[in-house]
Structures are given as structure tokens and as C-alpha cells.
Design a protein around this ligand. Structure first.
Ligand SMILES: Nc1ncnc2c1ncn2[C@@H]1O[C@H](COP(=O)(O)OP(=O)(O)OP(=O)(O)O)[C@@H](O)[C@H]1O
Ligand SMILES: [Mg+2]
Length: 226
């Protein structure tokens, strides 16, 4: 699988604290990659670095063969990179309809309503009053309403019932089948591993595992999540 996005020896720090200690990883297009690890492992830091919200202190980020290390977050967003942050990233005070209109680059919001029919019933409701699962559906709709090519999802399944997670992952898998690059950040999550084509585990800011998701489903990998 050709790499769409890749990090080469990337280091990121918050003031005196280094959170990523030289990470080399590649994220293929047309595939779902699961990026796992325990709390504080550096997963959100990595996604924020890919999105251009954090700058590496050294190393390089490549996107379709281009060096994008110095691109701003908005340049990356304009080129089709979407980050769905931890905690939804919807406009809580706006109605569902207005959220969808803000996300949409064309004047139709139908692709989101077709993917998540429940949102059709909630169009007039303020986004902040939706259930957690509905808020995530609304957040994922952003990628359906813009010509996105890379979708970075931070803890999509957190706090949601398995049935809702399955519905969200169905849509995400379809996005990957359409040649998008999808990165699912989760804690050790069985469903993410079932959906993923590639799996990585970060441990304390370093890559502790890179390989087939199936390998992680077997026992004996508990120490990766220390
Ligand atoms: N804004 C910040 N300022 C200082 N340190 C931070 C900041 N954000 C994260 N860190 C530190 O960087 C490390 C990696 O954090 P990160 O948020 O990337 O982890 P994570 O894998 O997403 O886990 P979780 O989502 O459970 O926090 C942690 O040690 C964390 O304390
Ligand atoms: Mg995080």
C-alpha cells in the first residue's frame, strides 16, 4: 500500500517535555490505520502534528510525496485533511442544520443525512443537546461534506455503545474504501482492530508495535499498553 502520509523521525515537545521521541510511521491511502496506546502515550499529539496544529522540533512530515512539515493547519485543511478531535469538535450552540451548513463546501448536506439518517430528525436541535453518538455522527459528517482525503479521528468510540460505534465505523470504513486515508486513534479497542488494515501502538512517545491488527488481537501484547 503506498503511503499517503508519513512521519520521519518526528520529535514534538511541549515546553521542556518531549512527547514524541523520533517517530517513523506511514499511513496508507485507501486503508484504515488504528493508532493505539494508553493514556498519555502521545496519540493526540501525533494527530495534532499531522494536522499542523503542533510543529515538530525535528523530523519531517510527508503527504503524497510532498514535504508538508511547514504547512499551516489551514493549508493542510484546504488540501483535504480533516481532524475530528477528541470530544467531537461540533459547534454546541448551533443547530444540527447550521453545523452541517458550516461543514459543507457545496450547498447540499444530503450526504451526511444519508449516512446518518438520525440527524434528519435532529436538524433543528442544538448540537450540544445531542447524545454523544449523535455528536460524533455530526463530527464525522464534516468529512462527508468536504472533499477530504485524510481523516484523523481521535477517540471516536469513547463512551459510546457498541451499536453506535459499529455504525460510525461503517461510515469510516466506506471512506477508506473510497481511497481516503483514515487514522483511528483509540485505546486498546477490539472494534478498531477488527476494522483496521494496519495497526500501530505508541508507548510513551515511541512506536512500540507496527504490523497486522490480527497480531495484536492475540494474547501477549499487554506490555505494549503499560
Ligand atoms: N498541552 C500540553 N502541555 C504539556 N504537556 C502535554 C500537553 N498535551 C499533552 N501533553 C503531554 O504529552 C504526552 C502525550 O499526550 P497525548 O495527549 O498526546 O496522549 P494520548 O495518547 O492522546 O493520551 P490521552 O488522550 O489519554 O491523553 C503526555 O505525557 C501528556 O501529559
Ligand atoms: Mg488523546
Amino acid at each position: 500500500m503506498p503511503a499517503s502520509l508519513a512521519l520521519h523521525d518526528v520529535r514534538v515537545r511541549y515546553g521542556p517535555v518531549e512527547a514524541l521521541h523520533g517517530v517513523d510511521l506511514a499511513f496508507p491511502a485507501g486503508a484504515v490505520t488504528a493508532l493505539l496506546g494508553r493514556n498519555g502515550a502521545g496519540r493526540s499529539t501525533l494527530l495534532r502534528t499531522l494536522a499542523g496544529l503542533l510543529s515538530p522540533t525535528s523530523g519531517r512530515i510527508e503527504w503524497d510525496g510532498r514535504d508538508v512539515t511547514r504547512w499551516t493547519a489551514s493549508e493542510r485543511a484546504r488540501d483535504g485533511l480533516a481532524l475530528i478531535p477528541d470530544g467531537h469538535g461540533v459547534f454546541a450552540g448551533l443547530s444540527v442544520r447550521d453545523n452541517l451548513r458550516v461543514f459543507a463546501s457545496a450547498d447540499t448536506i444530503d450526504p451526511a443525512l444519508d449516512a446518518f439518517p438520525v440527524l434528519r430528525k435532529r436538524l433543528g436541535q442544538r448540537a450540544g443537546t445531542l447524545s454523544g453518538g449523535e455528536q460524533q455522527m455530526l463530527a464525522v459528517s464534516r468529512a462527508l461534506l468536504r472533499p477530504s482525503r485524510v481523516l484523523l479521528l481521535d477517540e471516536l468510540s469513547q463512551g459510546l455503545a457498541p451499536r453506535v460505534v459499529a455504525q460510525l465505523y461503517d461510515v469510516v470504513s466506506e471512506l477508506a474504501a473510497g481511497q481516503r486515508t483514515v487514522v483511528l486513534v483509540e485505546q486498546y479497542a477490539g472494534e478498531a482492530l477488527r476494522r483496521a488494515d494496519v495497526a500501530y501502538v505508541l508507548r510513551r512517545g515511541r512506536v512500540a508495535f507496527a504490523g497486522e491488527p490480527g497480531e495484536l488481537r492475540t494474547d501477549g501484547h499487554a506490555s505494549l499498553f503499560d
